[in-house]
Design a protein around this ligand. Structure first.
Ligand code: 5GP
Length: 191
């Protein structure tokens, strides 16, 4: 998506060999006008999949997920990284290693909000090694829900996430695909 690539070039900051900081529009300050355009694009791509629910993981997946839910007219559920005191039982859970924070979290979703009648679209801000998405897929499997596909805002294609998801037959639609970071600049895959 040209608009997103231009914004990454303008406001993204490359940290070290493999991390992109996009606090200017996605991970800290949020640009709702851009987010709405991303949500509309996910909705267009997955329009014929009969999605009944969007699933993401807190925190940074929530904004693109909500705009996609708005465009598709379906509810959005986010997995929690810390168990809430009001959410003790009846949980689906999966273990997820966080690439950027170097911690392992148990992510949980209440059984109340996902079941075998759902067709799920998974949305996340970044795809690196596929851990977060895999955790959400595991939760869908526990619920018996169908997974229609995965929508990613920024994919780092030089990491192994896409390969892992495609090996499991997933339709992965990423709005920006990064081939490499070269001398602190972002190189995209030409579509
Ligand atoms: P994965 O689970 O695919 O290994 O990593 C994806 C998760 O890690 C995303 O939910 C995102 O929060 C975080 N992440 C991975 N790589 C980056 C990055 O380069 N920049 C930022 N801001 N977050 C990242």
């Amino acid at each position: 998506m040209k608009l997103l690539e231009e914004r990454i070039l303008k406001d993204g900051i490359v940290l070290g060999d493999n991390v992109l900081k996009v606090d200017n529009f996605l991970n800290h300050q949020i640009d709702p006008v851009l987010m709405q355009q991303l949500g509309d694009e996910f909705a267009r791509y997955f329009a014929d999949k009969k999605i009944t629910k969007i699933l993401t993981v807190e925190t940074s997946g929530i904004v693109p997920a909500v705009f996609t839910g708005l465009a598709l007219g379906v509810k959005v559920v986010f997995a929690r990284k810390q168990k809430s005191l009001t959410m003790k039982d009846n949980l689906y859970s999966a273990t997820v290693y966080s690439f950027t924070k170097d911690v392992t979290n148990e992510i949980t979703i209440s059984k109340q909000y996902l079941d075998e009648n759902d067709t799920v679209l998974i949305i996340d801000d970044f795809l690196a090694n596929g851990q977060a998405t895999n955790g959400l897929m595991e939760i869908c499997n526990q619920a018996g829900a169908e997974i229609a596909g995965v929508g990613i805002v920024i994919e780092k294609s030089f990491q192994k996430g896409r390969k892992i998801l495609e090996e499991q037959g997933m339709d992965v639609y990423s709005l920006a695909r990064i081939k490499a970071f070269e001398n602190g600049t972002v190189q995209f895959i030409e579509e």
